[in-house]
Ligand binder design. Structure first.
Ligand code: MN
Length: 480
């Protein structure tokens, strides 16, 4: 289970009784947080920091525990911040500074110097805030009485983002084939992506999957077909074509598991040895949280896996999406997003249908795919691009809507959405920002989640939404 380490700061100046009370309050708060976060993580209280050595010991414990996804700190009393320098310099986990108090109200009729000395986070947390800022450590500050619902909500957000960062640091991406020829956005600096986000991006030929597929047994295909028919409606009599996809998915699963990969890419320019473009195979894998990027796009493959991990346990859908075409009716502009086939099954608002149709591109056999309408409601579209000397995250607020008319001749899964604040500003801002055409759409995550991820990973962020004005658009246009 993921663990959030809780470290409380104090010092020995105020005597043993004070430290006993600090430890007692910290324990009580830990129990409270443990209950409120029980579905997300275990909250582990470390010994109160009273000296620089104690701080280093606590931080090392957090660093050395593979299950520790982040560290939450709070200064119960004044904890002279020089004693935090050595420890914080070694910290390798995301940091949350909880700015709170054990007591909600001041006991006006009883307050004396002892009470004030014991409960002084306005004093201690600001001293600590200074040193974290001085050291330049990216972190999150959550302020408010610790029992408040909005404070818990923000701590939960931190845990989700920290969990995603932890996953990111351990993620391996299998790229089958290289980038699609001539497509710019799928390329970039793989080495920098590994240094910054931890992604090991490894190349294999798609022939590896073709070879594995040859040895998939009829029983394994039967089991995969049962999984399909349990989850989806068979709306084709071309069962052999669907079995071919099932076989491919088994091969992908075996390969990804054997090589400990949480994400993969393919490209329809290199399907050597495969008879169809992976359709259901990719759609079904994505719905299980496996990252996917088409055209060899390892960045979006890894990023989609990281964001699916962040959204884990929340209501709503999250996954890879490719921008395609617009309905430009004045004032009601909409975008139709899809891909060849690869829209994650998690976006389905009802039981998807398995269908088989020609692809008209890639010179392969007719692929089986899942066809469905998507979930609706507010969401975000977010992408990560390589600007040459830095990475940039672009996050736009969108609203997923039902297509205004049926599209009987487009048998693919798709989603449709409205840009905010409107088409002109929303899409122009996306283009100015260099958002390109591969992204992750989520109705589970919010701009705040992405902003926290960007801050904690030190990634540039551009946001677009109802608050994006013409003036803001001009500012985005001048970004370099
Ligand atoms: Mn593309």
């Amino acid at each position: 289970m993921n663990k959030l380490y809780f470290i409380v700061g104090s010092q020995d100046l105020y005597g043993e009784e004070c430290l006993r009370q600090v430890a007692e309050d910290a324990k009580k708060m830990t129990e409270f947080f443990s209950e409120k976060l029980s579905d997300l993580c275990e909250v582990v209280l470390l010994p109160t920091v009273e000296t620089a050595r104690g701080c280093v010991e606590d931080i090392r414990k957090a660093n050395n525990d593979d299950e520790c996804i982040g560290v939450m700190t709070w200064m119960h009393t004044f904890s002279p911040a020089k004693m935090w320098i050595k420890g914080l310099q070694q910290l390798q986990k995301p940091l949350l500074h909880l700015h709170t108090q054990a007591n909600e109200r001041l006991p006006y009729d009883k307050i004396d110097m002892d009470f004030m000395n014991l409960n002084q986070s306005a004093h201690g947390d600001r001293e600590y805030g200074y040193i974290v800022a001085r050291l330049g450590i990216p972190h999150e500050v959550v302020a408010g009485f610790y029992q408040r619902e909005d404070v818990i909500k923000k701590i939960r957000r931190f845990v989700d983002v920290a969990k995603a960062m932890h996953f990111s640091k351990n993620l391996t991406v299998a790229t089958f084939g290289n980038n699609m020829r001539d497509v710019a956005v799928t390329d970039g600096n793989r080495l920098e992506a590994q240094i910054k986000y931890g992604w090991e991006i490894k190349y294999w030929g798609i022939g590896e999957i073709a070879e594995l597929a040859k040895n998939v047994t009829e029983e394994e295909i039967d089991a995969k077909m049962k999984e399909y028919t349990d989850k989806y409606t068979m709306a084709t009599d071309r069962v052999d074509v669907v079995r071919e996809q099932a076989c491919m998915e088994v091969a992908f699963e075996k390969f990804l598991s054997e090589h400990d990969c949480g994400a993969f890419t393919d490209t329809f320019q290199d399907l050597h040895g495969l008879n169809q473009l992976p359709g259901i195979a990719a759609q079904n894998l994505m719905a299980k949280g496996v990252g996917f990027g088409p055209e060899g796009d390892y960045k979006i493959s890894a990023f989609s896996a990281v964001l699916m991990k962040m959204a884990e346990g929340r209501e709503g859908a999250t996954g890879f999406i490719e921008d395609y075409t617009y309905d430009l009716k004045d004032g009601c502009e909409l975008e139709l997003a899809s891909h060849m086939l690869e829209v994650p099954a998690s976006f389905a608002d009802a039981k998807p249908e398995i269908q088989v149709h020609p692809l008209d591109i890639g010179d392969k056999s007719d692929p089986a795919r899942l066809v469905f309408d998507s979930v609706l409601g507010d969401g975000i579209q977010v992408t990560l691009v390589d600007m040459g000397d830095h990475f940039r995250i672009i996050c736009a607020d969108i609203e997923l809507v039902r297509e205004p008319e049926a599209m009987p001749n487009l048998p693919v899964a798709q989603i449709m959405y409205r840009h905010k604040p409107n088409f002109e500003i929303g899409t122009a801002a996306w283009c100015y920002a260099g958002g390109a055409h591969h992204s992750v759409v989520s109705t589970a995550l919010t701009r705040e989640d992405i902003a926290l991820f960007a801050r904690l990973t030190g990634t540039e962020l551009i946001t677009i939404g109802e608050d994006t004005t013409e003036a803001e658009l001009n500012r985005i246009a001048s970004y370099r």
